[in-house]
Write a protein that binds this ligand. Structure first.
Ligand code: PHE
Ligand code: ZN
Length: 881
């Protein structure tokens, strides 16, 4: 079978559903290989539909046993079954009930969509289109129904039976050989929010009293024996519930809130109504097993899924083109939660790093798409950094434009108008216009136009009029299929800093005092004039990344040093350090390429020293200052003719120089903050560990014997996973016998822990050494590795392809060939994971000619393979186009 590019689905073709479903009653008899699903739907023709004679229900990989309409069996000759649907012509034109019996095989399901088993646990994943793998249904988000679910199973195999909503009833059948539970969800929902779980799980229980005084039972279900790793997730859940009440006035709406942690999961977690299902790496944590980064991720993902209860579940999406309506908004909400719980500045830095690492390259490459795409072939390919992270930035810009209170007023109106509905982006934006009496017409372009805008800024100062003029030009690079671009409405947050390091009060000509420093950029080219500027200021622009843009401004090294020392906006102070590091790295790359070795980077290292030594700044923030741009950051900045080897060497050179220049400061930091008291995962303690580990990285880069000893000691004396894994990564990167010993020690210690052992796979996959590819290849045959387990694939193959630019981009093309082989193998059973892995090729066109040729060869081989999934075809063809 040849791969034909499947037909795309288009936003402009949206039509309301032909039928509506009022209630769904499911009766699921769980069995590993033969699960029977009985579904009773109460349906009626949709008055808003054009045509209601024929009913076409989505269904995939189902074995159909029987169909009844109003209790009467429909003869086989009266309906049609195709691989993707059940078609029933001539439906009643009034209310009717439809009974369907199907069978599915959970054990055979390795796509992990629909009903499957993960380490023996029955669980479901329905977003985006998994419900059609459980039963025939109108599998689209604008069909909202009330669900009752009866689950029945062998009590030995599945003592715990869960579904959405509140528990109604449970009991035994067949003289104890079977048992059942009935769950009822009073809130209408689309089928992608349906969930069911059955298995041997242990609950960790707590309660939460809502602000109106209702008591909610909270439970986290985990593999027996892991109960002691749930405390942090439970704590995060309660803080999230409280925060949503306080910040947005949103209260939880069921008697129970359940979370289940499973090992095999395509994504991070899923917001099923009242029954969130999580990848267990985002629930389980103890000081010995989880890093601070994992603790932080758990907090933010637990919050994210909880926040979906209102933004996603109570108000859902009309169609999948509106995905950012729930995802961008919910990411914005979880970012705000983390900012309130932790350090706002450090949180913003982390979020901006994430945006620049994942979203900017997506927007600059072959996979670029608007936050609200206009067409897709496979919706699973659109759970992207653009929809999530850039989508969150659009919400943040709305908040910057209308102010925090205005944003809350818009949100209040959104819930008032659309609660219980499937909404669109237009309806969402309209709420902010109506609540604030403002015009966001031009702002809407952000949703439909791909690409990261560039803001070219120039500041001039006139000594005669004592005024400063800021000229801003929007440069909008073309993206695939979108040559001409419209100017955007961007909030540009600025400050002007006078020679003494103070912010000048902004007095905008024609507008007056500018308290929040926010300029509304709307034209392709625009000049803003500030009055009463007594001396030549240094501009601090795009503070806090007030718009997801690239800033171009001509600042000297001296200006950056000045900003790094003085900017009252701490985000921009970090930005100055980062820009200074980047320009230094680019100079080193260029100098090495042209054979001049004169560029060293001393200016940057000296400027950094003063800020890092300043212990008036939070530890976590100082750690951010010490984190030099990654190889990927540098590659992104270069964009063309990228030589990953040269980048690796340049970066290593600067790391060493910073380690040497800041040696004393770094040693002081390392000595001062030894973690001898009891471990606490809070942001302040984590910040101290981050700072100390950042110092360790730079000291290690010096490569002196004492540095090697320090690193080894750090590994051996670590009392928590943050320190242990940090040292393990550094040791593995250095190679040699110490690396072998540490990896051996880590393996012996954690081989029986399916989660922690992933760190051992990662450490080996990201080592920059020439033997890594061979090692990674061998590890795919390791007994603890499984191609069917997404966490394993991400740990070994994913981190090799996306976090080891030097070895993935080997000049001989071996890294590309390996990745393609793995994608092909995985695509046969889990297209979603395969297509995601393929994304690591998205920047291949920017490589230097030799590697570009190798990458193209590997990709061309891939697209020629037979029987490629829709998921993989869509990504591969776009990348190659
Ligand atoms: N909706 C999930 C979230 O909260 C992500 C997800 C998408 C999970 C598709 C599984 C499948 O972001
Ligand atoms: Zn989400």
């Amino acid at each position: 079978m040849k791969n034909e590019t499947p037909r795309p689905i288009r936003l402009k073709d949206y039509k309301p559903p032909s039928f509506l479903v009022d209630t769904v009653a499911l009766d699921v008899a769980l069995d590993p290989a033969h699960t029977r699903v009985k579904s009773r739907l109460k349906m009626r023709p949709n008055p808003a539909a054009a045509e209601t004679g024929k009913l076409q229900l989505d269904g995939e990989n189902l074995e159909l046993e029987e169909v009844r309409i109003n209790g009467t069996v429909v003869p086989r000759s009266s309906y049609e079954v195709i691989p993707s649907a059940l078609i029933l012509p001539g439906m009643p034109q009034e209310r009717f009930s439809l009974d369907i019996v199907t069978h599915v095989n959970p054990d055979a399901n390795k796509a992990l969509q629909g009903l499957y088993r993960s380490r023996g646990i029955f669980c479901t994943q329905c977003e985006a289109q998994g419900f059609r793998r459980i039963t025939y249904f109108l599998d689209r988000p604008d069909v909202l129904a009330k669900y009752t679910t009866r689950i029945e199973a062998d009590p030995e195999l599945a003592p715990v039976l869960l579904s959405n909503g509140n528990p109604l009833e449970r009991g035994t059948a067949e003289r104890g050989k079977r048992h059942y539970a009935v769950w009822k969800d009073p809130h209408p929902k689309p089928c992608y929010l349906f969930a069911l779980v059955g298995g041997n799980l242990s609950p960790v229980a707590s309660t939460f009293r809502t602000r109106s005084g209702r008591e909610v039972d909270l439970r986290i279900y985990v593999e027996p024996g892991k109960e002691d790793r749930c405390a942090w997730a439970m704590d995060a859940l309660k803080r999230s519930m409280r925060w949503d009440e306080e910040r947005f006035g949103l209260e939880y709406d069921l008697d129970v809130f359940n979370i289940v942690a499973v090992s095999d999961f395509n994504m991070g977690a899923m917001e099923n109504k009242g029954l969130n299902i999580f990848n267990d790496r985002l629930i389980l944590a103890s000081p010995a097993t989880a890093t601070d980064a994992i603790y932080e991720a758990i907090e933010s993902v637990v919050a994210h899924e909880y926040f979906h209860n209102w933004t996603g579940n109570r108000i859902t999406c009309r169609d999948w083109f509106q995905l950012c309506l729930k995802e961008g908004l919910t990411v914005f909400r979880d970012q705000e939660f983390s900012a309130d719980e932790r350090s706002r500045t450090v949180q913003r830095i982390a979020d901006v790093r994430q945006l620049r690492t994942h979203q900017f390259p997506e927007d600059a490459g072959p996979l670029a798409h608007p936050v609200r795409p206009e067409s897709y072939i496979e919706i699973n390919n659109f759970y992207t950094a653009t929809v999530y992270e850039k989508g969150a930035e659009l919400c943040r810009m709305i908040e910057t434009i209308v102010g925090r209170e205005g944003f809350r007023a818009g949100m209040d109106l959104y819930f008032e108008r659309h609660d219980g509905e499937a909404a669109t982006v237009e309806q969402f934006v309209k709420c902010f216009e109506d609540a604030n009496g403002c015009d966001l017409k031009q702002f809407r372009t952000w949703y439909s136009q791909a690409g990261t805008p560039e803001l070219a800024c120039a500041l001039s100062w006139d000594s005669e009029t004592k005024s400063a003029a800021l000229t801003v030009e929007q440069v909008l690079p073309p993206t695939p299929g979108e040559e001409a671009k419209h100017p955007l409405h961007l909030p540009l947050k600025v400050g002007l800093i006078s020679g003494n390091g103070q912010d000048i009060e902004l007095n905008l000509k024609g507008a007056g005092p500018l308290a929040d420093g926010v300029l509304n950029v709307t034209k392709p080219r625009q000049t803003f004039t500030f009055l009463d500027v007594p001396s030549r200021p240094v501009p601090s622009l795009l503070r806090g990344l007030s718009a997801p843009a690239r800033l171009k401004v001509d600042l000297s090294d001296g200006d950056l040093e000045f900003l790094l020392a003085n900017d009252s906006d701490l985000f921009n102070r970090w930005q100055a350090a980062n820009d200074y590091a980047m320009r230094t790295l680019l100079r080193i790359v260029e100098a090495r390429r042209s054979g001049k070795r004169s560029v060293r980077g001393t200016g940057f290292a000296n400027a950094l020293a003063a800020s890092v030594a300043n212990d008036g700044l939070e530890a976590a923030y100082r750690a951010e200052l010490l984190r030099l741009p990654t190889e990927l950051d540098i590659a992104r900045e270069l964009a063309r003719d990228v030589d990953p080897e040269g980048i690796f060497r340049a970066r290593r050179q600067l790391l060493k120089l910073v380690g040497e220049t800041l040696g004393d400061v770094l040693e002081d930091i390392y000595q001062a903050d030894g973690d001898d008291d009891r471990f606490s995962p809070d942001a302040t303690s984590a910040g101290r560990r981050a700072l100390r580990n950042a110092a360790l990285t730079l000291l290690t880069a010096r490569g002196r014997p004492a540095d090697k000893e320090r690193l080894l000691r750090h590994y051996q004396s670590a009392t928590n996973m943050t320190d242990a894994s940090h040292a393990l990564f550094l040791l593995a990167a250095a190679g040699g016998t110490d690396a072998g010993d540490a990896l051996g020690d880590f393996y012996a210690r954690w081989k029986d822990d399916h989660l922690v052992i992933d760190t051992w796979f990662v450490a080996q996959a990201i080592a920059p050494s020439a033997t890594t590819l061979q090692r990674v290849r061998a590890l795919t045959k390791h007994p603890l590795f499984a191609l069917t387990a997404p966490n394993k694939v991400r740990a070994l193959i994913g981190s090799f392809a996306s976090m080891n630019p030097r070895q993935f981009n080997r000049p001989d093309g071996g890294g590309y060939n390996f990745a393609v082989e793995q994608v092909l193998a995985i695509d046969k059973f889990n297209p979603q994971v395969a297509a995601r892995l393929l994304g690591s090729f998205r920047s291949w066109r920017g490589l230097e000619p030799g590697r570009r040729k190798e990458a193209k060869r590997a990709l061309s081989r891939l697209v020629k393979a037979e029987g490629l999934s829709r998921d993989a075809i869509e990504i591969a063809t776009k990348i190659l186009e």
